[in-house]
Design a protein around this ligand. Structure first.
Ligand code: HSE
Length: 404
């Protein structure tokens, strides 16, 4: 019998308790022993809830109980989740988390502490909700050198962009719908400004590269500037617009370019069809070639499924440490101004065409899509080259990169 504790009885924490009870028998068969939730740590009481007698308010009760071998952290936010998780690991208890903020900030330190204390720190649920992606990167992709990870890693923004694309509604209207359906937070800035996806690609890149990728080093743009007019151009070109979080690595893993931004994506690309709140991650390895992982990137039970899978894994490992820390040596992405892309640039119709030709070397010009304007698809340009050209043009309405 394995006795565990759950810290944080919100959506995910209660989902973990529910999933364990829902599939008790099959989980026991797969784990080789029964998993019992002995404690639930929360500031609140839960009268009438099946766990009401197991609620504790002091994390030290869990840290000091020798019966507890695994602690689930589903509190969210950096503190006190980090302090509590560290205390558990130092007490020799494995920690399983869904908390991307903690993993992105302190993943290396938590994994090192787990190794020092012969236990585990697992974090499958921190990226892509129920999608198995962290363990496949560690195990199934171990023969490979990963050269690219590109994903739709935020369900809220994918829902908003899908609504804009399919129903022609504005960003504001789609955001309101996302909030009404409970996808977006009341303060949705972490989703719509891209910082949630940024933390997730930092975690995936750290796993793939074996070195710490600091999320604040990743150039990040959100979706607040995407308009219905942008989607009209996208449709004209047989494309859509998706918030992509992408890292491309050199085969020697010494260099990486990493970015989160809205991209125009061709209808032939597998990520084109990933809509609504779904997430997907495409991984390219130099042996396996391309893989795609798809599923629900958020939500109570899908995320709980990933947490419980980690619990089962660490229970099965018993005293074996299966944690493979990435090095705390920081791997900085290449200078963003040197990244290359093709851009869709929207300009007023009366722009000087010769100047446009000189500045953007357009491969294509689109007219008649939106009244009073035209759009150019530029030749591949560096970010710096584009910024200089746009400054000289002076009248850019908007610009969106093309993913290729
Ligand atoms: N706010 C996140 C999303 C939740 O919309 O994807 C899962 O991390």
């Amino acid at each position: 019998m394995a006795k565990i504790a759950v810290m944080g009885y919100g959506t995910i924490g209660s989902g973990v308790v529910e999933a364990i009870s829902m599939n008790q028998e099959s989980i026991q068969k797969k784990t080789g022993e029964e998993i019992i939730v002995k404690y639930v740590l929360d500031l609140r009481e839960f009268p009438g809830d099946p766990i009401q007698d197991r609620i504790v308010h002091d994390y030290q009760i869990i840290a000091q109980d020798p019966e507890i071998s695994v602690v689930v952290e589903t509190m969210g936010g950096v503190e006190p989740a980090f302090t509590f998780s560290m205390a558990m690991l130092k007490a020799g208890k494995s920690v399983v988390t869904s908390n991307k903020a903690v993993v992105a900030e302190y993943g290396a330190e938590l994994m090192e502490t787990a190794v020092e204390n012969h236990c585990n720190f697992f974090f499958e649920a921190s990226v892509g909700g129920g999608i198995p992606i962290i363990r496949p990167l560690y195990t199934c992709l171990s023969p490979d050198v990963v050269t690219e990870i590109t994903g739709i890693l935020n369900g809220t923004t994918n829902y908003i962009l899908s609504e804009m694309s399919q129903k022609g509604v504005s960003f504001g209207e789609a955001l309101k719908e996302a909030q009404a359906l409970g996808y977006a937070e009341r303060d949705p800035s972490a989703d719509v400004e891209g910082s949630d996806a940024c933390r997730k690609i930092a975690i995936l890149s750290s796993v793939a590269m074996g070195k710490k990728v600091v999320y604040t080093d990743i150039h990040t743009e959100g979706i607040t500037g995407v308009t219905t007019e942008d989607f009209r151009y996208a449709e004209k070109m047989g494309m859509s617009i998706k918030l992509l979080a992408s890292s491309r690595m050199s085969e020697d893993h010494r260099h990486m370019q990493s970015m989160v931004a809205p991209f125009l994506i061709d209808r032939d690309h597998p990520l084109f069809g990933v809509n609504d709140v779904f997430n997907a991650v495409m991984v390219t390895g130099n042996v396996v070639d391309q893989l795609m992982f798809f599923g629900r990137g958020a939500g109570k039970l899908p995320t709980a499924a990933a947490v419980v899978a980690d619990v089962i894994e660490t229970v099965k490992l018993k005293d074996v440490c299966g944690t493979e820390p990435w090095s705390s040596t920081v791997l900085k992405p290449n200078d963003y101004s040197q990244y290359t892309a093709r851009f869709m640039v929207r300009l007023p119709e009366d722009m000087d065409r010769d100047l446009c030709e000189e500045l953007f070397c357009p491969e294509k010009v689109l007219t008649g899509v939106v009244e009073g304007e035209l759009a150019l698809i530029t030749a591949p340009m560096t970010e710096r080259g584009y910024a200089e050209a746009a400054a000289r043009a002076g009248r850019v309405i908007s610009r969106t990169r093309l993913y290729c």
